[in-house]
Ligand binder design. Structure first.
Ligand code: ADP
Ligand code: MG
Length: 602
């Protein structure tokens, strides 16, 4: 038999390596920013077009490359950062694998311009799919500019796999923030589609955090500072009252490198013991410095996970330090954080002032008072779907001649209760064929979800104008994200007066939400949009409707009046798909009389 094994040609090997290094535009951003930092830049500009899909360009004022290095830098395993295996255990640079530029050049159109400080002329190189197209001497400023265009142009499957611009932008902003927070003394600029998103001047750490996350961050920060033989810990944690329901602003840096560490996270969360509301997460920005030879960053290709020699000692130290700082800043434990559910405002369907003006009740043989309630709650017609559900109920015929008020009284005085709430979680109701048990949260999510979707798709924004416009501050990244979905938000009923770099002024909101919920709704939405948009072609509407439904739904533990329970039941069965919540959870279960009989062997 003849030999069949061959070495892969370089460009193929590079493409394969690229699969590991470059998942999305944000990976390119990370690699290029890190290279600029390794080159000693003090000024770094990031330019993006179409969430980096069309262009990611990084311009730095670092040390530049010689003409020979410029060319070699695109070869695989070409690095100036390590020379021998031992160097791996004493790294002070971000990069060391020599893979990034080779990988990027294999799957994009790349233009490099670079000049070293004392050279008269610089070098320009164009490279496409690993092929050098041109190399020239040019006059250019000191430092390096690398433009990466049309990412994945030669791998359509990967390109199609990219998510919407909103999602890809979010990933880029995440990477950008990590790098900026790791290097507060370097100044950074970021432009997206020619709009300035960040302009971060060289500063101290606290200022950098505030510049990245917005002024509201300043009052939240508690400084952390501890030096021991094995580790120096610096940075800030946010006061517990500012903890978030989502993990978001949680940053660990080890030797100026952003890392993820569930283990160290646990240490911090533990230090907050007794101070946090259940299900909320503390924000923190913690900078650990350890001797380079006591950690191994080589275990993960994208290098966000690392291994420490003294993990246990670090844990203990971190926990004690954070606890101590929280104590020093006099943050008393909040003993009874769980609210009494009895004190919660009971659930209100009547959030639609506009619709209440037009309770169009035509005389209807199937009329019952609950349907009347439903018309008030929902601004669109669900009549068609109601019929089938109502037929499930035991006979409830009402004389159509009687007027509404009488109907209500009649109902309240003479009829037995139709629903029972169980453990403030479920609603039990009797139907013709047996009983139905409804999960109040899932059911309400379904109702709200369809309501929002309907509002969105009929493009008839059911908006309520606010008496006084509300100004909400967000970080510039969050504002950029909200701006990308502005049109969709307007479709659901938001109207905006102004977007500035630090805040958004809102003058109208959807009728189904209340003013006090605006911030939560938008924050949750930002989070969900990042996590849940399944692909680039998918509209944000579904994600938005789900997010709103989740945020606004009644939660378990909420007591519902009898009327509210009945409205919930009626509205659920007026839905197009009453069986499941928008998240695929069952909304109700039925037990037929037969099944009940069987339980008793009858
Ligand atoms: P690594 O960073 O792991 O060494 P890269 O592929 O990212 O590998 O870069 C290869 C080499 O190109 C680097 O080692 C460095 O010498 C050079 N290089 C890359 N980017 C820059 C830059 N912005 N300024 C100066 N040199 C650079
Ligand atoms: Mg690199």
């Amino acid at each position: 038999m003849s030999d069949i094994i061959q070495l892969l040609p370089d460009h193929v090997a590079n493409q394969i390596a690229a699969g590991e290094v470059v998942q999305r535009p944000a990976s390119v951003v990370k690699e290029l920013l890190e290279n600029a930092i390794d080159a000693g830049a003090t000024n770094i500009k990031l330019l993006l077009i179409d969430a980096g899909k069309t262009l990611v360009q990084v311009i730095d004022n670092g040390k530049g490359m010689s003409p020979r290095d410029a060319k070699v830098s695109f070869e695989r395993h070409a690095t100036s950062k390590i020379q021998k295996a031992e160097d791996l255990f004493n790294l002070s640079t971000k990069g060391f694998r020599g893979e990034a530029l080779a990988s990027i050049a294999a799957i994009a159109h790349v233009e490099l311009k670079t000049k070293q400080h004392n050279d008269e002329l610089g070098t320009s190189i164009k490279i496409e799919g690993s092929n050098i197209i041109s190399q020239n001497f040019i006059s250019t400023s000191e430092g390096t500019s690398i433009a990466v265009k049309n990412l994945f142009y030669n791998i359509p499957a990967r390109r199609n796999f990219l998510k919407s611009n909103t999602v890809e932008t979010r990933h880029i902003i995440d990477e950008f923030q990590r790098v900026c927070l790791a290097h507060p003394t370097i100044s950074f600029l970021m432009y997206h589609n020619n709009n300035e998103i960040y302009h971060l001047k060289s500063s101290n750490l606290r200022k950098r955090i505030v510049n990245v996350f917005g002024n509201k961050m300043n009052e939240k920060l508690v400084p952390i500072n501890e030096q021991t033989d094995i580790v120096a810990i610096e940075g800030f944690v946010a006061k517990p009252e500012f903890s978030r329901r989502k993990r978001g602003e949680q940053f660990f840096f080890v030797n100026d490198r952003f890392i993820k560490s569930p283990y160290l996270n646990h240490a911090v969360v533990n230090a907050f013991e007794g101070l946090l509301e259940q299900g909320s997460h503390p924000s923190y920005f913690l900078y650990l410095t350890v001797p380079a030879n006591t950690l191994d960053i080589n275990i993960h290709p994208t290098k966000t996970e690392i291994k420490f020699d003294n993990e246990k000692a670090l844990y203990a130290m971190l926990r004690a330090t954070v606890k101590h700082s929280l104590g020093q800043y006099n943050i008393a434990p909040i003993l009874d954080f769980n609210r009494d559910a009895n004190l919660d405002t009971s659930y209100q369907f009547h959030t639609n002032p506009k619709a209440t003006k037009t309770p169009e009740i035509s005389v209807d043989p199937d009329f019952n008072p609950f349907k009347e309630q439903k018309e008030i709650s929902f601004p669109y017609n669900r009549e068609k779907h109601t019929q089938s559900w109502e037929s499930l109920y035991t006979s409830n015929t009402v004389n159509e001649e009687e007027n509404q008020t009488e109907l209500f009284e009649n109902q309240q005085n003479n009829q037995t209760q139709k629903t029972i709430q169980i453990q403030r979680k479920y609603i039990l109701s009797s139907i013709k064929s047996g009983i139905v048990l409804i999960n109040q949260t899932s059911a309400h999510q379904r109702i709200l979800y369809e309501e929002f979707l309907e509002n969105i798709t009929i493009k008839d924004a059911n908006s309520q104008q606010l008496l006084f416009p509300v100004k909400i501050s967000f970080s510039s990244a969050e504002i950029e994200m909200i701006y990308t979905i502005k049109t969709e938000l307007e479709n659901v009923g938001f109207s905006f007066e102004e977007f500035t770099k630090n805040d958004i002024t809102i003058k109208g909101i959807p009728i189904s939400i209340t003013e006090s919920k605006i911030t939560t709704i938008l924050e949750e939405l930002l989070n969900d949009i990042t996590l849940e948009v399944p692909d680039a072609s998918f509209s944000h509407f579904d994600v938005m409707a789900k997010s709103f439904a989740k945020t606004l739904s009644i939660k378990k533990g909420t007591q519902l009046s009898e009327k509210e329970q009945e409205e919930l039941v009626n509205n659920l069965f007026s839905c197009k798909e009453p069986l499941v919540s928008p998240f695929g959870k069952p909304t109700f279960k039925t037990l037929t009389l037969n099944e009940i009989d069987n339980l008793f062997n009858q």
